[in-house]
Write a protein that binds this ligand. Structure first.
Ligand code: NAD
Length: 230
């Protein structure tokens, strides 16, 4: 039996972080060392050196703080927090010079493949109109979702286009996360659709990313690397 990976979960009281902590606590591959949340950042800084990886689902300002502590201790940092500004993302990514940093706006394998397919469809269906509809629960803070931004970026980069992808964001009920990407051309429409049925898909994905990235050299990684898509 391999030695369990010692992890801390930041944002551990939140909807997604609590699921990552619960799944880790029930999985022999992990030793859950710390559940970190608001007001316990100082405690985290004392514990981080004992961790084999840190998983974060919190808020951008907290992510930046947690991210800064990890490379100092040479500990891999895995974050799913969305809504980071370009400056915050650059600050987080800077840690990759000293330790592995794994960033994912969506830890689902299905969505990772969807982003890949979006680029392919945008290239093959040149000239077709593209639109995106995303639905999430009412408490979601960022709009459009980080996943919607990744899908739109994939389409725009694939086409070398400047104009943004028309996006509709709906906040309703307790929807975990739905994304529909539509391509419409003469006499036909193609829809690439994904529904997350439980937050466990993200929580489990982050745990798999931690196992994977814990063996890597310092660098910036994401779900396409884990799935061999680049
Ligand atoms: P949530 O509001 O339920 O949880 C956020 C957590 O952060 C809470 O535990 C809260 O106490 C903590 N927090 C808030 N302010 C803080 C501060 N200043 N310092 C430290 N901790 C603080 O949110 P959620 O739905 O779990 O989502 C968290 C983040 O993860 C969001 O950005 C969301 O978009 C993202 N998310 C990403 C994925 C993915 O696959 N990448 C999946 C789900 C959610």
């Amino acid at each position: 039996m391999p030695i369990p990976l010692k992890i801390a979960v930041c944002g551990a009281s939140g909807r997604t972080g609590s699921r990552a902590a619960a799944l880790a606590a029930g999985d022999p591959r992990f030793h859950l060392l710390a559940r970190v949340d608001r007001g316990r950042a100082a405690e985290f800084e004392d514990q981080v050196g004992a961790c084999g990886a840190v998983i974060d689902f919190s808020v951008p300002e907290a992510t930046v703080r947690y991210a800064a502590a990890c490379p100092r201790a040479k500990v891999p940092f895995i974050s799913g927090t969305t809504g980071l500004s370009d400056v915050q993302r650059t600050q987080v990514a800077a840690g990759a010079k000293r330790a592995p940093v794994f960033l994912a706006s969506n830890f689902s394998k299905g969505v990772t493949l969807m982003v890949h397919l979006a680029a392919e469809a945008a290239r093959r269906l040149a000239g077709y109109d593209v639109a995106l509809v995303e639905k999430h629960h009412k408490a979601k803070k960022d709009t459009p979702s980080g996943t919607a931004l990744s899908l739109a970026r994939a389409v725009m980069e694939s086409r070398g286009a400047q104009e943004p992808v028309s996006t509709v964001s709906l906040r309703l009920g307790d929807v975990v996360g739905d994304h529909d990407l539509l391509f419409a051309g003469p006499f036909e429409r193609l829809t690439i659709a994904h529904q997350a049925q439980s937050r466990d898909v993200f929580a489990q994905g982050a745990l798999e990313a931690a196992v994977w990235v814990a063996k890597k050299k310092p660098g910036l990684y994401g779900m396409p690397d884990l799935l061999g898509l680049r």
